[in-house]
Design a binder for this molecule. Structure first.
Ligand code: TGC
Ligand code: FAD
Length: 393
């Protein structure tokens, strides 16, 4: 047995020894913040399907926006493993809170940093890093989700500006965003990225209601009706789907870590419940079937931690491939969802209530399994990588 206290149960292969002082400090800071600011309020916000907007500023203050981007561009100047452990701790609190940070850092700041002109970087990145601006990322369309290359949103060259038309669907943070990074096809049919500001004529961002998942995260549409986009707001060089897909690689990597946080929270709750709850005169944790569930949970968490740690180190060396990231995102989110389901069973009837975080994590993870590339799309990416044969063409 790896140890007797709770902390060691969660670090079964002594993974902390593989983390640097900086990683541990970052993790501790975010863990403390989540305990103080997220855990006490999150069930209530999720139940009311309300986004705790006030947390944007706190997320900025703990360095959750773009942890691995350079400090001079509003990031945290940390490495990819630090970025990962920060996402893990946020999602231990709630997938929706991690989404707030994923979108801002990996899908808004990262493309502006990577593809933006120096003027665009200077204008937007400090405000995004400090939480003064909230951003969103518009790739998915009503009829183009898994196949974003088929998008029909367009920008037409109109001399000193472009005219943007189209609609984006399922956009995290869109109703509250100050800016949107949007992808649309130009006159040559090439995908271009641009920064669109709230308040521009013809641009609206209605909220999508009725979600049973990610209820503490706000989701909406982006609707563009002849929106005038100044040329200086379009990313100068990048063309094609590899632009938005590179941002997805960055965000999917963070999700692979994040899912471990949700799994840990479910495991933690189930472990404690199994030791406290008695039936037939003994703790339910003494029954072999409960032990099987818990043993399999910590085995899968440990495998995911090792996979992700290695991926983080490859990312630090610039060697993590998109297909490796797909494998980790798919494996870890599915792992977390299965653990949430097993944890729910261990809690019996109590597991369906908001006394425990299980149902909230479980419902959240249904979205996480689908966004940033569905479970099956990531399987097909792995399939393509190992066979060299493309199932999408
Ligand atoms: P394909 O021809 O394979 O690729 C086009 C170009 O892109 C390159 N590429 C990548 N580059 C960087 N990172 C990646 N992950 C990349 N994947 C592909 C590729 O090399 C090629 O480059 P080039 O130079 O040859 O042009 O494209 P395809 O049209 O066949 O599509 C492939 C497919 C299906 C895998 C891709 O479209 C895909 O990943 N679909 C899933 C869509 C998706 O993930 N959407 C997510 C939307 S954003 C979101 O969900 C945010 S949730 C936010 C929150 O956290 O709240
Ligand atoms: P579809 O693509 O229609 O897929 C439906 C089913 O068909 C899935 O099971 C899929 O796996 C399967 N399928 C599709 N193609 C294939 C194939 N070739 N082979 C086998 N099976 C296939 N998008 C953004 O751009 N920005 C955001 O901020 C954002 N936030 C989101 C927040 C939430 C809460 C949600 C739910 C989604 C968000 N998305 C966002 C969109 C998300 O990325 C898409 O939902 C996702 O990519 C899947 O697209 P779809 O929903 O259109 O499903």
């Amino acid at each position: 047995m790896a140890g007797t206290d709770r902390y060691q149960h969660h670090d079964y292969y002594l993974m902390d020894e593989l983390l640097s002082e900086e990683h541990l400090l970052a993790r501790e800071a975010v863990r403390t913040w989540v305990k103080q600011e997220v855990s006490p309020i999150i069930e209530d916000f999720a139940e009311r399907a309300e986004c705790p907007h006030h947390l944007f500023k706190g997320l900025a203050d703990i360095g959750a926006f773009g942890p691995s981007l350079p400090v001079e561009y509003g990031g945290g100047g940390l490495d990819e493993v630090a970025y990962g452990v920060i996402m893990q701790e946020l999602e231990r609190g709630d997938s929706g809170i991690r989404s707030m940070a994923s979108v801002q850092g990996s899908l808004v700041m990262y493309p502006i940093f990577r593809f933006g002109s120096e003027e665009q970087r200077q204008k937007y990145l400090p405000k995004l890093g400090s939480g003064e601006y909230i951003g969103c990322f518009g790739l998915t369309e009503p009829d183009h989700g898994s196949n974003p290359g088929g998008m029909i949103s367009t920008i037409k060259d109109a001399g000193d500006h472009f005219i943007l038309n189209g609609a984006k669907m399922w956009i995290t943070n869109s109703p509250v965003a100050d800016i949107a990074v949007v992808w649309a096809k130009d006159d040559e049919g090439k995908i271009r990225g641009m920064i669109v500001e709230k308040g521009w004529e013809g641009f609206t961002a209605p909220e999508i209601h009725g979600k049973w998942s990610l209820r503490a995260s706000i989701t909406g549409e982006l609707v563009f009706d002849n929106v005038k986009v100044p040329k200086e707001n379009v990313f100068p060089e990048i063309r094609g789907l590899k632009g938005p897909l590179s941002c997805l690689s960055k965000a999917r990597y963070g999700i692979a870590w994040g899912a471990i946080g949700a799994a840990l929270d479910c495991y933690d709750s189930a472990l404690r419940y199994s030791q406290e709850r008695e039936q037939f005169g003994k703790p339910i944790g003494q029954f072999q079937l409960t032990q099987k569930k818990l043993a399999e949970m910590i085995t899968e968490i440990t495998k995911a931690q090792l996979l992700t740690w290695r991926l983080g180190n490859l990312a630090n060396e610039g060697r993590a491939t998109p297909a490796q990231i797909s494998m980790a995102k798919r494996n870890n989110v599915n792992m977390a969802l299965e653990i949430a389901r097993e944890a729910r069973q261990i809690h019996g009837g109590m597991g369906i209530t908001n006394e425990y975080p299980i149902m909230r994590h479980m419902m959240n993870l249904e979205t996480v399994l689908t966004y940033e590339g569905t479970h099956d799309i990531h399987l097909l990416i792995t399939g393509m990588d190992v066979t060299g044969l493309n199932a999408f063409k």
